[in-house]
Design a protein around this ligand. Structure first.
Ligand code: OOG
Ligand code: MG
Length: 266
């Protein structure tokens, strides 16, 4: 249940503050679920909402939403087998071809993702992939930069939801395409680092169809009394395992029809 809660508001606020400060200081914190054994998924989403309020109060604008742990490769990599969602912001957006200092993060990893922009709002407890497709304006290739605020990138379901699903940055690039002109299920992706192929996959890795991830996002938002607003950018989740990056790395993600995104880390 996404709304079930046991923590007091003051505890939720304190945990939100702890994660917010960890991200700003680039200092990892210990996972806190052991200290709150009765904590529920609703508490974790409440801590995430608190983080969002703190960022918005500093002038950060939410640009969209992201799904996480929507592919088997991702679930196996972090040992959490449930799809989750978080939010993304204007301060975390980088341009294609950017050079990004790794010292802005604790232990960054990159992910190849298919992104969509919503033409209209989408909601509903029974939202389907078909309805999701009808609400999509266009499709874009994306790289997400994730950076867990927990030591050693180790967490459980409630910790990672609280930590805004490790969201830390994103890059859009390539070409935008209408849904009718691309098959997001068979869209292939090749991720390279320093000229070496590191990961390969296809859109189908994401819940069988990235539009299933958009529909699941709508259902999860509905459970929280929210929708996916019109105009939102939605990252549908990493297709392959995430790749850790270090200073000096040059990474590219080639999409079969959506084009290529390049990044350098310094
Ligand atoms: C959680 C975030 C997962 C994705 O695309 O699966 C995520 C993590 O792996 O740290 O963004
Ligand atoms: Mg991701």
């Amino acid at each position: 249940m996404l709304t079930e809660r046991t923590l007091a508001d003051a505890e939720v606020a304190a945990l939100g503050e702890c994660l917010d400060e960890a991200a700003m200081a680039c200092q990892p914190v210990e996972m806190f679920t052991e200290r709150h054994p009765g904590m529920q998924l609703g508490d974790a989403y409440a801590i995430q909402a608190c983080l969002r309020q703190r960022m918005e109060s500093r002038g950060t604008r939410v640009t969209g939403l992201k799904m996480g742990l929507t592919s088997r490769a991702k679930m196996q990599q972090v040992g959490v087998a449930e799809s989750i969602h978080g939010f993304i912001t204007d301060r975390a957006a980088y341009g294609d071809g950017a050079t990004i200092p790794v010292n802005r993060f604790i232990h960054p990893r990159i992910e190849a993702e298919i992104a969509v922009v919503m033409a209209r709002s989408l909601g509903g407890a029974n939202c389907t992939a078909l309805e999701a497709g009808e609400a999509v304006d266009f499709v874009l290739p994306a790289i997400e930069i994730i950076d867990s605020r927990y030591a050693d990138f180790r967490f459980d379901l409630l910790s990672v939801v609280s930590d805004n699903t490790s969201a830390a940055g994103y890059v859009l690039g390539g070409h935008s395409r209408s849904l009718g002109s691309i098959d997001v299920v068979t869209e292939g992706v090749v991720l390279t680092c320093n000229g070496e192929v590191k990961e390969t996959g296809a859109g189908a890795a994401v819940l069988g169809n990235p539009l299933e991830a958009v529909a699941l996002l709508a259902r999860q938002r509905a459970a929280l009394g929210e929708d996916i607003p019109a105009g939102s950018l939605v990252l549908t989740g990493g297709i392959t395992a995430a790749l850790p990056v270090k200073a000096g790395d040059v990474v590219t993600v080639h999409y079969q029809t959506l084009g290529t995104i390049r990044l350098r880390f310094s």
